[in-house]
Design a protein. Structure first.
Length: 100
């Protein structure tokens, strides 16, 4: 299994229209055929010092293996997301993990 976790910090001045386009865009990523499971979320209301809840949106996708994740990276839907939504965030952090 390969897990691709992406955390977005949206621009503070992002319009409601651009935010809606961003949310639609990340939802489209979960529909790509090589994605086994997809999750989109916002920070939970947990309040512990160790938790970083400063991000705006989280996208967590699982794939069968690294080859499936590689196919995702060049999929036209992923390219469209980058083209249509790029510039919506001020920061992005990505964590990739494989089964231990």
């Amino acid at each position: 299994m390969f897990v691709h976790s992406v955390y977005f910090w949206l621009n503070d001045d992002l319009s409601a229209e651009r935010k809606a386009r961003f949310v639609e865009g990340i939802r489209s990523l979960t529909t790509i055929d090589c994605v086994e499971q997809g999750f989109i979320g916002v920070p939970a209301e947990t309040n512990r010092e160790i938790i970083d809840a400063s991000y705006s949106y989280a996208l967590v996708l699982s794939f069968a293996d690294a080859a499936a994740q590689d196919a995702y990276q060049i999929h036209p839907t992923h390219d469209a997301f980058r083209e249509n939504c790029g510039g919506s965030w001020k920061k992005i952090v990505i964590y990739d993990a494989i089964s231990a």
